[in-house]
Every structure is written in C-alpha cells, then in structure tokens.
Ligand binder design. Structure first.
Ligand code: MTE
Ligand code: MO
Length: 470
C-alpha cells in the first residue's frame, strides 16, 4: 500500500515480544499485531510467528486464508515489506502438506490442511467396529513421516531424572493387550450447538467419533520398567508429545492424570495396531496412545515422547483449548486457567438413520431409527430412549453393545435400533434420542443450557426432523 513506510525482515525481527510490540510480515505487508493478540482465536500461539513472517503458519493453519481474516488483518498494517524480502521466509520451504496419506473418498473434509474429515452418517453405524478407512480424522498439523525401523519413543521421569528409549521392537516385547475403544473429538456435533449461537471450531456433524480394536503394550507395564508404580511416585500427570510439529518445532501435546495411566483397569495402551492392522498414518503410525474413555485430544498420535511429571502438559491444546465454560463466557471474558482440561467425556448419542430432512416410509404406523450411543470413563450404555414427537413420549431402543462391555471398562460404543410409532395422520415428525449410562447420567435436553464458546461437549438430545410418506 502506498504511503506506508518500508521495512525489511531485520526490522520486523526486532519486534518479537510484547514489550517491543509484536510485528509480523505477510506477503508485501508489515503488521503490528500487539493489540490483536488478546483477540486471536488461536490464543497466544500467534506469538510463535512474532518478529517474522506468518506465512509458514498460515500454510499450516489454512483457515487464515480467507477474505474475512485478511480484511481484518489489514487493519493492523503499519508498513510495506522491502521487495527483496517478500517471499524470503517461504522460499526454501517445501509444502508441509506435500506428504499426506491417501484418504478414502467417502471421508468428507471440513478442512484439508490440516486434514479433518468425517464419514457419512449412514455408513457410521453399519457395524460396531468402524473400518480404518472410514474412521474420522482430526489432525492439527501435517502428518509426520515416520520410519518404523528407526522409530524411537522416549520415556522420561522429570523428578527421578530417568530416561529410557524404546524402539518399536522393544514395545512389541511387552504382553500384547487389546481393547475395543471409541474415540471421539470434543467437538463432535458442534454444528448443532452453533445453531443456538456461533462458536469457534471445526463444524463437525455427528460422525467425529469411531470405534476400533486397538492392540499394543500397556502403558503401566512400560512405566513399571522405569520404576514408576502406584504409590512410588509423586508425579501427577503423564504428558504425551506427538512427532507432528509446527514451524517453531513445537509438537502436538496433551496429558492425562497419572492415576488413569497406572490403573491396571484403565487399559491405557501404546497401540501399534488398529483393527488388526498397523495403525494407518492418519491415525498415528507407528505408535499412538489409546486412553479409553477419555476425549480424543489426549489420545496422542505419532507418539514421540512420554514425560512423567508433577505438571500437566503445557501445550496449547491442554491449556488453552478443549475446556468447557458457562454459556455466559465469551471471547472477551474467557480465562482458560479457570476450567479444567476435558478428560472423561459425558454420555452422548446420535441418530444416524434417517437423516435430517429425509422422507421416510411409514410401515404399520412406525418408522425405523438407528444410531450410536457412548459414554466416557468406561461407563456402559444401559438404555437409549427414542421419541418421534419432539421429546414428549419415549420408547426404549434395542441396544447392541461391544463384547464383554462392563462398567467401568465399557470403552466401546453401542449401536441401537428402534421401530417407533409416529403421530397419526401427520406428515412431519421430530425424532429425538437420548442415552443413559451405567451411572444413570443422561443427556441434556437442549443446547441453550450447555452452549460454550468453543462448541465442545455438544451432547444435548439429537433431534432430526423428517417427512413421513404414508
Ligand atoms: N495427536 C497428534 N499427535 N496430533 C493431533 O493433531 N489430534 C487429537 C488426537 N491426537 C491429534 C492427536 C484430536 S483433537 C483428536 S479428536 C484425535 O487425535 C483424533 O484421532 P483420529 O484422527 O485418529 O480420529
Ligand atoms: Mo479433537
């Protein structure tokens, strides 16, 4: 833009902290974003680009490349970048997404870079086990390229200052433990919550969930070999780091309470197989931690490092994301320190057949309805209620559960079916479903009461409006 002063990348680099005011460059522009940082939806992650170009970040988080973001960004422009420096920061960078795995065409992406996609609802409940190719994918960063023959997992205890390195072969020497566990993103069904009031996050439908059989070494067995057992450590958390990193080389990270990891009934495993095959690249090849009953975000893929610590993971995704808040909290008032990180998920269900807006044949006054139900923390689904009149009358569905499902180790979901009477002579109906878990928790009636700015924990009754063909 004409009339603005010219700066080069050295000038920009002198503004890498809040004290010096934070400058960044983007293409031909130089921006002072100091006053914007508090408002950034991605939190202070924006500071990783401070004093440099934001381009490598925007290649990673391609959500930025839209007119709305660019227009808003333009308000902070203070100068033009010297012509010689334009593009310098990305010149030698190959596309971080140049080596992504091939994906099944049935997966519908909500974002391609990073890749996030869910399968069609109608396929989701065809079987208790979700096929690997149809399992939803939630990546925050490019899929790392990991060579299984040179793969190493570092495990360290901060306090004992002990460290041990495991190859894939080492991990396979432990007794092979198999669990059937559902993994669900905290943002599953966010698109329904958004209808009450907009939220920030990927607009997931009802299929950011899947159920698979995972095999690997028990984390408690591996930790025992480092002398870490219940009662013998002051540590409180187990931190996990992925091998997927951002341009500042910060890995994806999360942590779980140590009790879950050491619990012999907790079934936390360092998995190398998903449904009997090596874990596919999108799902964490070659090792992924499976934390049954716990939110997807803690099931860290491409596991590179485990840290036994007194502290939670300090990663963005543990501290400043994946937390719930009251409906009154907005982006101006939110304080992420005030809520605990989500671990065990609440009870949820969804109708997968019929779909919203579908015309359904009525047979003997009834329609067929089908869906899934699941609860975190190993709680079993004990009942699913279905309504065809918006929640006035309910009828229990037939529930099919995973083999041996038993509280508090019912890690896998249930699939349910119901043949439900519809109101006589009507041409429309609203179907609803709600599940009950083995602690008799059930789902909230509507989204108004549980709305939160990040759109997580969206487990209100699932409502599907259909047309009736008589
Ligand atoms: N692990 C790493 N290393 N990187 C990630 O981006 N995403 C997390 C979790 N583990 C993620 C990760 C989130 S938010 C979810 S919901 C699940 O992985 C998704 O697992 P899936 O892609 O196998 O379905
Ligand atoms: Mo997630």
């Amino acid at each position: 833009r004409k009339g603005l002063p010219e700066y080069n990348l050295d000038d920009v680099s002198k503004h890498g902290t809040m004290q010096d005011r934070v400058w960044v460059s983007y293409r031909h522009g130089v921006y002072d974003i100091t006053d914007f940082i508090a408002e950034h939806p991605g939190g202070d992650k924006i500071l990783m680009g401070a004093g440099g170009s934001v381009e490598p970040f925007w290649t990673l988080y391609a959500v930025h490349k839209n007119d709305h973001v660019l227009d808003m960004f333009e308000k902070y422009r203070i100068g033009n970048l010297a012509a010689d420096d334009v593009g310098a920061s990305v010149k030698n960078m190959s596309d971080p997404y140049g080596n992504e795995p091939r994906r099944h065409i049935a997966l519908k992406p909500s974002s391609k870079k990073p890749f996030n996609a869910e399968p069609p609802l109608a396929l989701l409940v065809d079987s208790l086990i979700t096929p690997n190719e149809l399992f939803y994918v939630r990546n925050h960063l490019p899929v790392p390229e990991v060579d299984a023959s040179t793969y190493e997992l570092e495990v360290c205890d901060e306090e004992l200052q002990k460290e041990k390195v495991f190859t894939l072969k080492d991990l396979k020497k432990y007794p092979k433990h198999t669990v059937t566990a559902t993994i669900m993103c905290a943002g599953n069904r966010r698109s329904e919550m958004t209808q009450v009031k907009p939220v920030k996050g990927l607009s997931w439908g009802q299929a950011a969930i899947g159920n698979a059989t995972w095999s690997g070494a028990r984390l408690c067995d591996v930790l025992r070999d480092l002398g870490i057992t219940d009662g013998k450590t002051d540590a409180l958390h187990i931190q996990f780091e992925g091998l997927d990193t951002d341009p500042a080389h910060m890995p994806y990270g999360a942590s779980i309470p140590i009790e879950k990891a050491l619990d012999p009934h907790g079934d936390v495993i360092l998995a190398y197989e998903m449904n009997g095959e090596p874990i596919p690249r999108d799902h964490g090849y070659p090792i992924r931690v499976i934390v049954p009953g716990v939110v997807g975000a803690r099931n860290v893929k491409w596991l590179g490092r485990i840290v036994v610590s007194k502290d939670e993971s300090d990663s963005h995704w543990q501290q400043n994301d994946y937390k719930g808040f009251a409906p009154s909290v907005d982006w101006d008032t939110v304080d992420f320190k005030k809520s605990p990180a989500i671990q065990e998920l609440p009870v949820i269900s969804a109708i997968c057949e019929p779909l919203e807006g579908q015309t359904v044949g009525v047979k003997n006054g009834k329609v067929n309805v089908k869906g899934y139900a699941w609860s975190g923390g190993g709680r079993k689904i004990v009942r699913v209620d279905v309504s065809s009149d918006g929640g006035k009358n309910w009828q229990a569905a037939d529930v099919l559960e995973c083999d041996g499902a038993r509280h508090p180790q019912a890690w896998g979901w249930s699939i349910w079916k119901a043949e439900i009477p519809v109101p006589k002579s009507k041409l429309e109906a609203q179907l609803c479903a709600k599940a009950v878990d083995s602690q008799y928790n059930t789902q909230p009636e509507n989204f108004e009461n549980i709305w939160n700015l990040r759109g997580v924990l969206a487990n209100a009754y699932h409502r599907v409006n259909i047309k009736l063909a008589r």
